[in-house]
Design a binder for this molecule. Structure first.
Ligand code: HEM
Length: 247
């Protein structure tokens, strides 16, 4: 199920279903969907070009999926200070946040979350000044034209438009936002805010350090609020809790 915060956003769940079907054939009731998702994220990152890392296993699946969790997802126009607190509430540091944001060198966002959305940078005037105006024009003309504003909840833009084919994983993202070129206001603000701009400059010039820290931060992220032991269940079908699943 999707909610306004992630409607039109969730994709690729068929890959998770296919992996689950295969695993259940050989090893029924052992590997949770939560673990499979963590393995899939790791494998995608490795395929994109990062060194491999081990994913601790043993997560269990929840009995429900409260809609409020989707509403708590970070938004493209949230400020650094706001998300620093959201990450801290989950045991993650400001550095973890800046390091993980490098994953926005791949993937897409809907126009409603971008710098092309009217008012998207109202909470961050310094970022509004810093954004590369030519880049903003290009984003508006090519991907998010004002004439199609009613479709901004569906129209998609690469998170890193200089890399539309998702072929350039990694720290090029930091060089990109240092030039004011990023689809999400929040991403560009990382290169502007005093608390984060030093880290952005460091990762921009040291790819190996960023990759190592990215892997460590992913392992930390994968331990946030997980169910273990006899909590929750191992779902048979990732779409449903076992009580309603026929799989
Ligand atoms: C730090 C705060 C973060 C903010 C503000 C943020 C914001 C966003 C937004 C607005 C989107 C587009 C959603 C849509 O419109 O469909 C997005 C996509 C994405 N985010 Fe983040 N995100 C954050 C953290 C992360 C983290 C920690 C990761 C992974 C480690 C991540 C990985 C991705 C990826 C891969 C996509 C593309 C998904 C796709 O192509 O379908 N983000 N993010």
């Amino acid at each position: 199920m999707t909610f306004p915060a992630n409607g039109n956003s969730l994709r690729g769940l068929d890959a998770l279903d296919a992996a689950k079907t295969e695993v259940e054939k050989h090893c029924p009731g052992v590997v949770s969907c939560a673990d499979l998702l963590a393995y899939a994220a790791r494998d995608m990152i490795v395929l994109s070009g990062n060194p491999k890392y081990d994913v601790p296993a043993g997560r269990r699946d929840s009995f429900n999926t409260p809609g409020g969790l989707a509403s708590a997802l970070p938004k493209g126009n949230d400020t650094v200070a706001f998300l620093q607190q959201a990450f801290a509430d989950r045991g993650l540091t400001l550095q973890d946040m800046v390091v993980l944001e490098g994953s926005h060198s791949i993937g897409q966002t809907r126009c409603q979350n971008t710098i092309a959305e009217v008012g998207s940078m109202d909470k961050m005037p310094d970022t509004a000044k810093f954004v590369d105006k030519q880049f903003l024009q290009m984003e508006k003309q090519k991907y998010c034209p004002e004439s199609k504003e009613v479709l901004f909840g569906e129209l998609r833009v690469p998170l890193f438009p200089d890399n539309p084919n998702n072929s350039d994983w990694g720290n090029a993202f930091y060089n990109h936002i240092m030039k004011g070129r990023g689809s999400l206001p929040f991403d560009v603000s990382l290169a502007v805010e005093q608390t984060t701009k030093g880290m952005v400059q460091r990762y921009a010039s040291d790819s190996a350090q960023w990759q190592k820290m990215f892997n460590e931060a992913m392992v930390k992220l994968g331990k946030v609020n997980v169910l273990t032991g006899d909590q929750g269940e191992i779902r048979r079908n990732c779409k449903w809790i076992n009580a309603v699943s026929t799989a």
